[in-house]
Design a protein. Structure first.
Length: 85
């Protein structure tokens, strides 16, 4: 299933709209990383390729960085509440 830009922009499906926001965040994230590592032009190419692969070919991978970010942010508090044996 390919990513539906028009459905995401229309706002009819909140999940697609949220995925569009994640696309923008991931693109900027990868672009800033690539720009620091290899320069602006190649960093832009890397960001486009990674976002294309993630959102068009493997759309289930959209949610993995979000889950990792939430776990990194709130996971420490959750793990502290688990009683140690």
């Amino acid at each position: 299933m390919a990513f539906d830009f028009l459905g995401a922009i229309s706002g009819e499906n909140p999940v697609l709209s949220f995925a569009l926001v994640l696309l923008i965040i991931y693109f900027l994230w990868f672009f800033s990383w690539g720009k620091k590592q290899v320069g602006t032009k190649i960093g832009l190419l890397i960001a486009v390729i990674i976002c294309f692969l993630t959102f068009y070919l493997y759309p289930d991978l959209i949610w993995i960085p979000l889950i990792l970010f939430i776990f990194a942010t709130f996971g420490k508090d959750i793990l502290e509440r688990i009683p140690k044996v």
